[in-house]
Design a protein around this ligand. Sequence first.
Ligand SMILES: NC(=O)C1=CN([C@@H]2O[C@H](COP(=O)(O)OP(=O)(O)OC[C@H]3O[C@@H](n4cnc5c(N)ncnc54)[C@H](OP(=O)(O)O)[C@@H]3O)[C@@H](O)[C@H]2O)C=CC1
Length: 374
Amino acid sequence: MLARRALRWAARRGGQRPPVRGLRGSPRVRSAMPSWVIDRYGRNEVLRFTRDMVFPVIHYPNEVIVKVHAASLNPIDLNMRSGYGATALNMKRDPLKIKSMDTEFPLTLGRDVSGVIMECGLSVSYFKPGDEVWAAIPPWKQGTLSEFVVASANEVSFKPKCLSHVEAASLPYVGLTAWSAINKVGGLNQSNCSGKRVLILGASGGVGTFAVQLVKAWGAHVTAVCSHDAGTLMKKLGADDVIDYKAGNLEQQLKTLPSFDFILDNVGGSTEKWALDLLKKWSGATYVTLVTPFLINVDKLGVADGMLQTGVTIGSKTVKHLLKGVHYRWAFFMPSGPSLDEIAQLVDSGKGEHGCGYVCICTSPGTDDQESCM
Ligand SMILES: NC(=O)C1=CN([C@@H]2O[C@H](COP(=O)(O)OP(=O)(O)OC[C@H]3O[C@@H](n4cnc5c(N)ncnc54)[C@H](OP(=O)(O)O)[C@@H]3O)[C@@H](O)[C@H]2O)C=CC1
């Protein structure tokens, strides 16, 4: 597995196919393209359709331009539409003000894309024009609600063969977020997850439905917390125990179960005040939350003070819980083509009880009749 991953990294950096001089792909004859953009933050009325969005340009040799066949929306797009994270994301967009941007507008939302490579930068040898790919574009870049989008080749991966573009576009952002929380931050993987007791809070959402299937595919015993409506779906996705958080006191319901090795918190709020006590003590058990105040702190306090406040908060919580015998971590979405390669393999592997793979695409999680399992 590691060797294959290393090979992919090498290939993405130009190790496999000979380097190409100049841009490769269809000659471009247009300078504008259709997009959904916003020109200010607000509610849905700020969304504007335009046919005159500037065509994306390859600025760095490792970038590709993808023709978007399908895109999808996540809660972060709604939040970004309202201005969430604007301070930190703008700093990341243009840290040295080299593009002399006065404003981030017009801003294109949408993180997920499934489409076809149209152009490759000079150093891209892993992909070629015409390849079918999927990706999650980081929030400091222009989004995917456009005809074309530019991405780093390291953010892009070959689309799973068994999914259509529309199906594939529902997965990358939630898949990579769950992968980051469970694998990169939480340290679980195919070889160490078997038999572990995993609790997923907020299991019926985009991230949660992916997380349930991932740890189940790796052999964990999965307890899913969701509302009653999603119970049947959770069972179909492989959850061993399903707990309805609306049926009485959740903390008391969970305390009747044996302790957990790993908790993924997709809910936040006051949950962590009691949920860490559900972990096994002094055995390396880990609590990972995806609901963090990082961007809110930076928006409220500015970059320096916001990051300082964030550092103090995470540092003190980590130490406090370590002294009680458990690990406490924050996780974030991480764009990654190589991680998407591994997710694509799971999707295409065809081992799950749903036919083609472990990963079952829920077009609108939470209701059984909208489930579509590829
Ligand atoms: N740090 C990061 O980089 C990222 C953080 N996130 C965060 O992760 C969280 C999950 O994201 P996503 O899956 O896309 O969001 P969704 O809106 O798709 O899912 C949230 C789910 O949580 C469920 N839920 C709400 N309240 C509770 C509760 N008290 N107990 C159990 N379940 C509950 C809802 O179920 P129901 O409707 O049935 O109540 C819903 O299905 C969000 O808070 C999001 O902001 C997401 C991506 C990246």
